[in-house]
Design a protein around this ligand. Structure first.
Ligand SMILES: Cc1cc2nc3c(=O)[nH]c(=O)nc-3n(C[C@H](O)[C@H](O)[C@H](O)COP(=O)(O)OP(=O)(O)OC[C@H]3O[C@@H](n4cnc5c(N)ncnc54)[C@H](O)[C@@H]3O)c2cc1C
Length: 356
């Protein structure tokens, strides 16, 4: 039975993806009266957080993201302990690049263990074939997040801490109110609700919602095709690989479907509600990459999936407060692993004295 929507809450979070749930968990843990509104069921597959695998990498061209990764991993481990189940597979990870010397100082500074491997040394250790000019940075602490389990664990934690999650409750209007309790009013399919603060964690749907509250951000909604290739029976499984290139590619091992492969920051801009079809050209390029890089996977008949991205054009997070309305946009390709940290930062914004 669906619970009735309350008339008010301290904080309403729009969006039950990984960012919204991580934010609500922090807020509920801090004793705030928090309500999450999700337009679909939590386990839907139309946004950015579905699927069974996300890579937790430490290597980044942005050096300031390395200490963030260290902190975010600590928070994932806390959630794992609270959930009493494994949410991360300690797979390690490879980052293939021609500029390793620029990327490794941030790892050293932040105590992240790594090894530099030539293409030949990589092929000796792992079923991964790199071009001769590239090196791999191997980080044994990198991991694969069991994404669907992690979402369930976050939702369970929100509820255990006293937060409410209303599924199938799309927000249809968002506006500031002239006075009285609750600075922001939301209209939903289940009635109206007022809040002191609203966190818009609506992924690819965030731009128009924020605009209703007068918050204009140059968010771009894109979709990307992900292909899953089975492994050959009895063969070795490669660790996650990110390979810089045009486009860059990322891989993970999906417990359900084999080798998961996608292209980074590529794909058409879309209306998130328009019907979706996987991109056959992207799938063909991915099959070619399997032939070139992953000898233990079968490069044909992949299972295809689509993911939705709502981001700034450049690789940057949005965590901003605008007079009671907080804008959140996870950064494509990194949004999942950083979610516990992003959630903590958004919750801090929502409860800062200047905001409340
Ligand atoms: C294919 C793919 C691979 C990725 N790989 C990685 C990876 O390996 N590592 C990594 O760290 N990150 C990765 N990412 C990025 C990461 O998964 C995303 O950044 C993250 O999941 C986005 O979460 P979100 O909560 O911001 O958005 P979403 O998960 O899209 O959640 C937004 C939610 O808001 C809801 N919503 C929208 N509008 C409304 C409304 N009006 N009312 C109510 N609800 C609404 C939506 O239904 C949705 O559930 C990947 C992303 C994709 C798509």
């Amino acid at each position: 039975m669906t619970a009735t929507l309350p008339a008010r809450a301290d904080v309403v979070v729009i969006g039950g993806g990984v960012v919204g749930l991580a934010t609500a968990r922090e807020l509920a843990g801090a004793g705030r009266d928090v309500v999450v509104l999700e337009q679909f069921a939590l386990d839907h597959t139309r946004g950015g957080s579905h699927g069974d695998a996300r890579v937790f990498a430490y290597v980044h061209p942005e050096p300031e993201w390395v200490p963030m990764a260290v902190e975010s991993m600590r928070l994932w481990r806390e959630l794992e302990a609270e959930a009493g189940e494994r949410l991360l597979d300690d797979s390690g990870g490879l980052y293939a690049t021609e500029r390793a010397s620029l990327l490794t100082p941030a790892l050293t500074e932040n105590g992240v263990a790594f090894e530099l491997l030539s293409a030949a040394a990589t092929a000796e250790r792992f079923p991964v074939t790199l071009p001769a000019g590239k090196q791999a940075i191997w980080t044994p602490q990198a991991a694969t997040i069991f994404a669907d389990r992690a979402l369930l664990a976050l939702a369970a934690s929100v509820r255990t801490r006293g937060g409410a999650i209303h599924e199938r409750t799309p927000v249809t209007a968002l506006r500031r109110t002239p006075g009285g309790p609750g600075r922001v009013e939301l209209e939903t399919a289940a009635g109206a609700i007022r809040a002191e603060t609203v966190v818009v964690a609506a992924g690819g749907w965030a731009g128009p919602l924020l605009a209703q509250a007068g918050v204009e951000l140059p968010l771009v909604t894109r979709r990307g095709t992900v292909a899953y290739f089975p492994f050959r029976a009895g063969e070795r499984i490669p660790p996650p690989l990110f390979e810089e290139g045009s486009p860059s590619i990322y891989s993970a091992t999906s417990p359900g479907h084999g080798l998961k492969l996608g292209e980074s920051r590529i794909g058409p801009t879309v209306d998130p509600d328009a019907p979706w079809e996987p991109d056959a050209e992207s799938a063909a390029r991915l099959a070619q990459r399997v032939r070139e890089r992953f000898p233990t996977a079968v490069p044909s008949d992949p299972h295809l999936e689509i993911g939705l991205f709502g981001n700034l054009p450049e690789p940057r997070f949005v965590l901003e407060e605008h007079d009671g309305v907080i804008a959140a946009a996870a950064c494509e390709g990194r949004g999942f692993k950083f979610a516990p940290l992003t959630g903590a930062r958004l919750a801090a914004l929502a409860t800062a004295p200047a905001v409340r």
